[in-house]
Every structure is written in structure tokens, then in C-alpha cells.
Design a protein around this ligand. Structure first.
Ligand SMILES: [Zn+2]
Ligand SMILES: [Zn+2]
Length: 311
């Protein structure tokens, strides 16, 4: 007797079914700086920063890199809802997907965009400017969704059961790291942060009380004991020598940061566009070696586009 199914496979059959009552992070874009494509990048993917933190049908989006386009297509299928979009900062790789975010063009959707006040232009002017006719054919006024902007000026807000807190990171823009807490479980998201700018030495020579480390104690304490740490480690130690001050951490310095937060798990996002899949595989091995040399046990992995992690 044949048990073969005659049902045609539909696109929706590939959509992950996320168990209820479990908070998750869904990565939609894990590349830094600029999107990449091609056979050398298929394992990690090439979309720039965008992640969803959620539980059940409750979603919070962070960043509007090119990964938000696919997410938007998925949300558009589900019908109008209120969308909370948090922006770490307004460098291109964190906002370039915004003009292609489908819910913005559908009446009934409501999109609230949260971000830091910035150094110069306000958040609304930056998003509006991105849609200037010289850059894009559709104007801000042509978008049918209800769009609001909210500057994050206190230290926390609560959306349904999520408490959202933020802290400044070390990056050449007004940049925030976020912490999301749901019923005692927490995830920290820091996509762009240069920990210990200019430090090229061995990380095991430093401790939390070392002078250069103490300058970062606010961010370390902010993320202390999160269940899941998401923090970049963009440059190899060799690359970092020529990239001091670019706003991203060396691998060794990022390992020390992970150790000092005492997080149970560490997922590394914001991969350099120069790093293909093979390079990232050897970089992850090196990360594990450095963590061993720091005497630190933590489950570490690389983010990739479409990864879902629970916390
Ligand atoms: Zn970035
Ligand atoms: Zn940046």
C-alpha cells in the first residue's frame, strides 16, 4: 500500500511553526555594512540587519536592513496589525530595507518607529530623507500605513509582556543596544559596538577593573546575565589592526565582552561583507579557541538569515 502524499508542496509549508509560549529571536538579516550575494554566501545569507524578537503572535522588529523586505512580505500576508520597529542607529545597513517594507504600503497597518534622537537630524527627517525623489520613486506621503516616530529618551518601555531597555554602544553614530525581557527571560541585541577601541593585545591580560574595560562598564552591566547575548565580532584580530575606530569589535575583544556579560549563550551577527561562508566557519573555530584561552564556557554560534533561536 502506498503512503505517498499527493499534496503539492506550497511555499507556506516551509514556514516554520514556532511553538507557543516560547520567546524567540528570528534573524532576517545578519550581514553588516552592505548586502552580499552569490554562491560563497549561501550558508549565512547576505541580507543586512533585521531581527524579530517575539512570542506567540507578538512581534518586535529591530532594524530595517535589507532583511526586512522578506519579513514584510510575510507580515503583509497575515493582514493589518500594529508593528513596533526599533532602530539601533540609522547607518545604511540598518535602514536600507525600509522603502521595501510591504506593510508600509497597505492601509490598516500601523508602524511605530523607535530610535535615538541622533546627532543632527531627527529620526523622522532621516527616514523621510531616505525617500527623497532623488533616491527613491515613492515618497513618504505615498505610504498608506499609519506611521509614527517615537524617540527613546527614558530608559525603558513595556509592550505587552516585553520590557525593552536600551543603552548606548561605542559606534560612530548615535547607536543603541537593546535588552528585551519576557517573564524573567532576556536577550541582549548589540549589532554595532567597538569594545576596547584600539586594544590589540591579549584579552586574558584584562579584567573588569582594568581601566580600558571600566570605560565600557555601563554596557557590560546592562547586559549582565542575559540568557542570550547577540553581539557582533566583525573583524579578525589581523583585520582590526587597520580598522581601529571604524565602530566594530575585534574577535578577541568581543570574546572578552561575552565573558564579562556572563551570558549563557552568544550568537554573533553583523558579518563582514568580505567574509564568505568558509571564512566564517574558520572564524567561528577561532572564536571557540579564544574563548577557551579566556577560560570561558559559553555556547557560541553564528547568526544566519532565517535562523530562529529561543531564549
Ligand atoms: Zn551596522
Ligand atoms: Zn553602523
Amino acid at each position: 500500500m502506498s503512503t505517498e502524499s499527493t499534496k503539492e508542496i506550497e511555499e507556506s509549508d516551509y514556514f516554520p511553526v514556532i511553538p507557543g509560549g516560547q520567546p524567540f529571536v528570528h534573524f532576517w538579516g545578519t550581514r553588516g555594512s552592505i548586502p552580499v550575494s552569490g554562491p560563497r554566501f549561501v550558508r549565512h545569507g547576505g541580507n543586512t540587519s533585521c531581527v524579530v524578537i517575539g512570542v506567540d503572535n507578538e512581534y518586535i522588529i529591530i532594524d530595517a536592513g535589507s532583511g526586512i523586505r522578506d519579513l514584510g512580505l510575510r507580515l503583509a500576508k497575515q493582514g493589518p496589525r500594529k508593528i513596533h520597529l526599533f532602530i539601533t542607529h540609522t547607518h545604511w545597513d540598518h535602514i536600507q530595507g525600509f522603502p521595501f517594507f510591504a506593510p508600509l504600503f497597505i492601509p490598516g497597518f500601523e508602524v511605530i518607529i523607535y530610535g535615538a534622537s541622533g546627532f543632527g537630524k531627527d529620526l523622522k527627517s532621516i527616514f523621510r530623507g531616505q525617500l527623497d525623489r532623488d533616491y527613491f520613486p515613492v515618497q513618504f506621503e505615498d505610504m498608506c500605513a499609519k506611521i509614527d516616530f517615537q524617540i527613546l529618551d527614558g530608559d525603558s518601555i513595556t509592550l505587552n509582556d516585553f520590557k525593552i531597555q536600551w543603552e548606548s554602544t561605542h559606534h560612530p553614530a548615535a547607536t543603541l543596544g537593546f535588552k528585551f525581557t519576557w517573564k524573567g527571560r532576556s536577550v541582549g541585541y548589540v549589532s554595532d559596538n567597538e569594545f576596547l577601541p584600539g586594544f590589540l593585545g591579549a584579552p586574558h591580560t584584562l579584567s573588569e577593573t582594568s581601566e580600558i574595560v571600566a570605560q565600557h562598564s555601563k554596557l557590560i552591566n546592562f547586559l549582565k546575565d542575559v540568557n542570550l547575548l547577540i553581539h557582533e565580532a566583525q573583524y579578525t584580530n589581523q583585520e582590526y589592526v587597520t580598522k581601529v575606530g571604524w565602530g566594530h569589535s575585534s574577535l578577541s575583544n568581543a570574546c572578552l565582552f561575552a565573558k564579562l556579560t556572563r551570558a549563557n549563550r552568544w550568537i554573533i551577527p553583523h558579518h563582514d561583507p568580505m567574509h564568505d561562508d568558509d571564512m566564517l566557519a574558520s572564524k567561528l573555530n577561532l572564536t571557540r579557541e579564544i574563548l577557551r584561552s579566556l577560560n570561558h564556557t559559553v555556547e557560541v554560534s553564528h547568526a544566519f538569515d532565517e535562523l530562529i533561536a529561543y531564549f
